[in-house]
Write a protein that binds this ligand. Sequence first.
Ligand SMILES: [Zn+2]
Length: 441
Amino acid sequence: MTARREPFFDAWESASEATRRRVIRKRLSEYVGYARRRAPFYRDRLSRFKCGSEQPLAEVPVLRPDDCRLLLPPKSRRLVVGREAGWTVFQSGGTTGFPKTALFSHSEMEALYLPNARGYHAVGLSKSDRVANLFAVGQLYMGFLHVHRALEAFGCTNFPFSNHTPAEFVRSCARLFHINCITGVASVALNCLREMEKLGMRGVRIEKLYYSAEHLYDADKAELRERFGVRQVATHGYGTVDTWYLGYQCAACPTGVFHAHDDQVFLEVWDEEARRPCAAGQAGMLYATVWSRRLTPLVRYRVGDRARWLVDRCPCGRTTPLFELLGRGDDILRIGFDSIDYGYVQGCVSRVPGLLGSVQMQKQREAGRDRLVVRVETLARSKVRPALAAALEREILSRRPTLCRGTAQKTVWPLRVELLDEGRLPRNPRTGKLIRVIDDR
Ligand SMILES: [Zn+2]
């Protein structure tokens, strides 16, 4: 376990550029050697690893989530190192057909303490906090289990509610035990606060909310601050069950910006069209080579999110590099000739006062033409809703000349905005996550 050094959690966070380069190079080369020797799948695949090169993995094939489905149990064990069992099986996404799995050895589960603790420390968790853990548990979900373990080791007071506990019970415990912090999947945590509010917030004071597994947009953050009085809202970790924690926020990180865990993961931002690494500032697909995963080595895993490296150092003083997450590669809908990003629509919603941050966008196809439908939850009375919908429509169209042209030329249907009561947008029944993007193709 790494010793805690103020003001950062560990020494790696302030390591010099030279140390960083040397350690990263060494770990990458050791890991590629390990994967080649131990996992049959990689034997030939990693032959084009160029150890001393500026882009050592540039010629190594990309590993896609669908490849993993075929390489991991229950389908096969080609990506698994060693013959013995002794691991935990988690499901990752895969809601259709047989589950997509991610295997973690017991020591890997313990090793998640480092990115968890580094992230929680950076966003302001302290040992004196009383923390409600609302992460998803059961059904082979992973989040709750390692967060619980990490919070114990970190040293704060824990309330292992998970995502299944009724808000009423969370509220009464919050009152009795002075719970001041919630951590969980973003939309589950937000919904819990909304439900608690309906029951009455007297004697309940949540000061900190640390989320993961999903984005909270600026509209959600504004709601948390203004409606619920939460002072600190941040992500202690960005990652996926398939990979590892890839980044963490600090108190100075704006929405979507993360410090890389570059001692645990080798991250690349890749321009897939031009087949070259992206320059700083340029958006591309995120690939992760995860040194921490020894049971199922992951070399050049295509995470599925778009990102860009930022040039500037963070004002917090950490030297771990910064990247900005630009949303899921599949969080984009192609409407006629326009490509509309979920983050763009969220930005528009946050500029229309009276709308909540729960937003869904859908592409509908009728009579050979596309239509963009945007659905937003609101607390506003029905009398004022037409004006709110019109304001959002104007906001969305104001920076979409291609969409406007398509509508005028009748190649796409006009944008439709629908406002719903709070809690009416569909959520995944097991995880509580909002279904954000629907493509009717
Ligand atoms: Zn920082």
